[in-house]
Ligand binder design. Structure first.
Ligand code: HEC
Length: 150
């Protein structure tokens, strides 16, 4: 077990070295965020963020949600985020990392990263009717011209 985690930690660290300056500029520890993603999220969301059966694709998509206030909150309020074992600081870091890592062209050049206060407040209202909520958001985003897929 110990060895496996060390290997993973090393892999994360070397990944972080090549991740570019975006992360550091935003105060994101990319190696730590990636490690948390691998431990807590990628079992469902898969390493590329593309999801799979019942799990939405975040790759080149997830940034669209930031165009609506309710969409910003949505990314924090989904159970996977809101109910995760991470504290507010680490969840904020993970979400900002995920937007940079998976957002691609869906992420506007002038996007605003999450603050800890914002994440802390939003996660206190976890979503229950998640899929219905997502469907309404997706409709609203498509109506504004953002090609969010299901
Ligand atoms: C047990 C599987 C599972 C795990 C683990 C999981 N998620 Fe999810 N995630 C889902 C599913 C399913 C959805 C679709 C909405 C829903 O039903 O909750 C989702 C949706 C999301 C979304 C919204 C994406 C979109 O396009 O609608 C985000 C953001 C997200 N998860 C973040 C996370 C983070 C961060 C973690 C780890 C801390 C995580 N999830 C762990 C299954 C999971």
């Amino acid at each position: 077990m110990f060895n496996r985690y060390w290997l993973l930690a090393l892999a994360c660290l070397s990944g972080g070295l090549f991740a570019g300056d975006h992360y550091a500029e935003l105060g994101i520890n990319a190696a730590r965020a990636k490690f948390n993603y691998q431990m807590l999220c990628q079992g469902c969301h898969i390493p590329s963020g593309e999801g799979g059966a019942g799990v939405p694709n975040m790759k080149d998509q997830v940034g669209y949600f930031l165009h609506l206030p309710a969409g910003r909150e949505y990314l924090v309020r989904v159970p996977g985020s809101a109910n995760s074992a991470l504290n507010d600081e680490r969840l904020t870091e993970l979400l900002n990392w995920g937007l940079l890592e998976f957002g691609g062209d869906s992420l506007a050049a002038d996007w605003q990263p999450y603050s800890v206060a914002e994440v802390s407040a939003a996660r206190q209202q976890p979503l229950y009717e998640v899929l219905e909520h997502r469907r309404l958001l997706a409709d609203a985003l498509r109506a504004q011209g953002y090609p969010l897929t299901d």
